[in-house]
Design a protein around this ligand. Structure first.
Ligand SMILES: [Zn+2]
Length: 64
């Protein structure tokens, strides 16, 4: 009678109960929420014609 609404996590497809127990809905977890956020943030950041940093010798990502 009072069936919970179930949605699929847009990120991993896990069934998520739409309720207070799922604070990150429609995502199953904060992790998936952040992944999704990161994906569209990356798209926003990839501006065509933006200068890359390949010629800056002072910075190396491999230098951990
Ligand atoms: Zn998920």
């Amino acid at each position: 009678m009072n069936q919970p609404t179930i949605v699929s996590c847009p990120q991993c497809g896990t069934q998520v109960t739409w309720g207070e127990q799922s604070p990150h809905r429609p995502f199953c977890s904060k992790k998936c929420q952040m992944i999704d956020f990161g994906e569209w943030a990356d798209e926003e950041n990839s501006i065509p014609g933006a200068p890359d940093m390949s010629d800056s010798d002072g910075w190396s990502e491999e230098q951990y």
